[in-house]
Design a protein around this ligand. Sequence first.
Ligand code: ATP
Length: 202
Amino acid sequence: MRIKKLELIGFKSFKDRTVIQFDAGITGVVGPNGCGKSNIVDALMWVMGDQSAKDLRASAMTDVIFAGAEGYAPLGMCEVSLTLENDGGPFPAKYLKHSEIMVTRKLHRNGEGEYFINKEPARLKDVQEIFMDTGAGSKGFSIIAQGMIGKIITAKPEDRRMLIEEAAGITKFKARKKESQRKLISTDQNLVRLQDIIGELK
Ligand code: ATP
């Protein structure tokens, strides 16, 4: 999996449509303080499904929408699209035939959000599944924010374990286990209810 392109519309300081191309090799983003370098990383985390406003250096999720600037009114929505090259990396099987995968996230000022994969409506779960065990993803170890190294060193063992599990490629299986356990509990509850009904009918 390789990140090819990031497109931002109305995200934080990126009022106008901005396309950032990632060619092979290393891409550096340079600019004066406050010009929006970290906002690009925030956009990457956000499009990969980050649910925490705090992670995105915001107090509410809608704060990621362009809030206006001198001479410019605030916008009503923002949109970020991330294009990934499918180079045979660990993509879910259903996407293996696609040479490119585009993940899009939109957010409206009223708090309504949408996800798309290759322009088709998708669930947050589908988006998260694409990045699980790749090291990318909003909680992946490949995004190292300022101060994170210190945080990892002083983190609780269980928090540090999450990073090791992601690197070891077992996050996906843990998520599926949790989902199966949830379904088992719900099935057990249905069985109890069914037994009650059978008892009443006898
Ligand atoms: P530094 O080098 O100091 O770390 P940076 O280049 O990483 O700076 P960012 O933190 O990415 O800068 O961008 C900060 C700028 O983004 C600020 O000017 C802030 O006002 C602007 N900004 C953040 N959120 C929004 C928003 N919702 N609408 C408009 N502008 C925003």
